[in-house]
Write a protein that binds this ligand. Structure first.
Ligand code: NAD
Length: 252
């Protein structure tokens, strides 16, 4: 990776990335570290985030691993205080942690619905709430990873689509609330990205999905991560309340 000074616009900034142990979150953490940010890599368990944190520390010293359930409001508040005192900031918050519990509505349990809303929507709110003060001080950035199904809906994903649509509404509302303090708040809505989350999709559904994507392929985690780095960097300074769809044309 090229790490020349001109390509390190986030030097001196601390970024929190949730769900950083693998997939899209891991790629985001790497990209932000490459751009010079000290990254707080958050996963459900600290040991799961350690590999990512070690990789990030090679790109920008100071990266650390943390473990928390993003749905646990008190634990998230305590963690954000620890991150602020140990690492400074935060200046950038990326809410990426997310789960699916896919099931047709008739078979979806209350627990399937609640679990997905708690992690994807309340988890995002928890981190925003716990970092608003330092983000206001630094005129920081919040980037929420939603999903294209939060816009289009999807059979078998009523819980997940509702949680991601909620994230889009949350993004626009917080963007309006914090704009006066110079904080930019945006969402990214990925389509079908090649990660562990999409590994479980059966062969027939995968084939049908690929046929529906105009660009004819799945996206890569780093294609989401590069957009996050763009929104977090100097080029993103006049963009707020927006949803950037990155789906190979799936939703066209
Ligand atoms: P993944 O399953 O590979 O990784 C999810 C990450 O979230 C993991 O690091 C996991 O530990 C973490 N996580 C889950 N529950 C958590 C909790 N309660 N507390 C803390 N961390 C928790 O998923 P991915 O494919 O990399 O997806 C990342 C984000 O992108 C998710 O929000 C997902 O909804 C979204 N997304 C993914 C796709 C896709 O096609 N892969 C498409 C659209 C949106």
């Amino acid at each position: 990776m090229n790490t020349s000074a001109s390509e390190r616009p986030l030097e001196g900034q601390t970024a929190i990335v949730t769900g950083a142990s693998r997939g899209i979150g891991q790629a985001i953490a790497r990209r932000l570290a490459q751009a010079g940010a000290k990254v707080a890599c958050v996963a459900t368990r600290v040991e799961n985030a350690q590999v990512t944190a070690a990789e990030c520390a090679k790109l920008q010293p100071g990266a650390q691993a943390f473990g928390v359930d993003v749905a646990d409001t008190e634990a998230v508040a305590a963690l954000c205080k620890t991150i602020a005192s140990e690492m400074g900031g935060p200046h950038i918050l990326v809410n990426n942690a997310g789960i699916t519990r896919d099931q047709l509505l008739m078979r979806m349990s209350e627990d399937d619905f609640d679990a997905v809303i708690r992690v994807n929507l309340k988890g995002t709110w928890n981190f925003i709430k716990a970092t608003t003060r330092p983000l206001m001080k630094s005129g920081g950035r919040i980037i929420n990873i939603a999903s294209v199904v939060g816009i289009t809906g999807n059979a078998g994903q009523a819980n997940y689509a509702a949680s991601k649509a909620g994230v889009l509404g949350l993004t626009r509302s917080v963007a309006k609330e914090l704009a006066g303090r110079g904080v930019c708040v945006n969402a990214i809505a990925p389509g079908f990205i090649d990660t562990d989350m999409t590994q479980s999709i059966d062969e027939n559904s995968r084939k049908a999905l690929l046929e529906a994507i105009p660009l004819g392929r799945m996206g890569q985690s780093d294609e989401i991560a590069q957009a996050v780095a763009f929104l977090a960097g100097p080029a993103g300074g006049y963009i707020t309340g927006q949803t950037l769809v990155i789906d190979g044309g799936l939703s066209l």
